[in-house]
Design a protein around this ligand. Sequence first.
Ligand code: PLP
Length: 377
Amino acid sequence: MSDSLIDRTIGFLLGGVKETETAFTEPLGSALYSYARRENPTVADCERAFAEIEMAKWCILAPSGMAAINIALSIFNDPADRRPWLFPADAYTGTLQYATDVLQNQRGVNVRFADPAGPNSTTSNLISAIEDEAPALVFIEPISNPLLDIIDIPAVAEAARRQGARVVVDNTFATPYLLHPLDAGADLVVHSVTKYLAGHNNILAGAICGNDADSHARLLMHRNTIGSVLSPDDAGRLKTQLQTFSLRLAQQNASAMKIAEYLENHPAIAKVRFPGLPSHPDYELAQKMFAQRGFGAMITFDLARSAEGSSRFVDDLAADIPHIGSLGDVTTSFLHIKACFGEEYEHSTIRLSVGVEPAEQIISSLEQALRDDPADR
Ligand code: PLP
């Protein structure tokens, strides 16, 4: 079947007093529908399909990736526990802002960030920070946004376990096509489903996946309490779009490899960050971690150009490839990192999200925008 029936009911028929009591007191997740904020059959159906893709026992959908991160991290908040929560040096700026503005400033969590300039690999720096800080929680992106750092989940999970810390993994960039973080030792996985899982620039959604029944019950309860739920229309559409997830990702991963090689050999490019290239500092780790299916479909590269030259590249490429603040769609897109994420990035850094078009077509668009103009240097 290619489409699902969408149930838009808000208040479900309850029956008599006894049935009503049962409907509102049974634990959430028991498929006794009473009120749509608690549970909805279309959302629950999509959650089952999502859990299968992430190879998890359960999934909880949320109305955005940030909502999923908020719900997931909220259940670990314990004001009596002063141990820090550790975040990596490179991660989605929205997550880092959430860690500072919400966790630290509003909820009093002792937030720490791993040192970006540590002497070793990203994983070793994070493990040193785990050993030094003895955190209660470690949050990681196994392929980081936007610099594509690779983090060794089993090694970090092992170090975290020695300290009694929980590990939450944002699997948005690696995707379940390459990686199942729960198998690698994570306690919870979160996703911006908005990106590869939905894949069509038309659904804002998030997901939390896990295996532990207690966390599931607490997360369902918390989602209901704060009212952060995905609409059944989005869930129905998402379920259909999940059916092509693996096909899309196979093509996107394969094309990204070809495009990364093309960019690395281009004289107008100063540096390419792509985990499938031997020039990536964690190339061997990526080969070990990603099940030999590819290295993701994000490429971050630096132009060998001035700020003005980089701006012209953005204008030129935008004539062919959408310049948007999202990623992971079937359509290739790109982003000028500094303009979107801020001053700490270089003017010449571009993030390319490779879509399902033939690689040659994407390369031809890049070739046009990279053509040599002395004024751009
Ligand atoms: N995590 C990562 C790695 C992201 O890139 C993003 C958004 O870009 C998010 C989480 C937040 O997701 P959303 O925009 O769906 O709230």
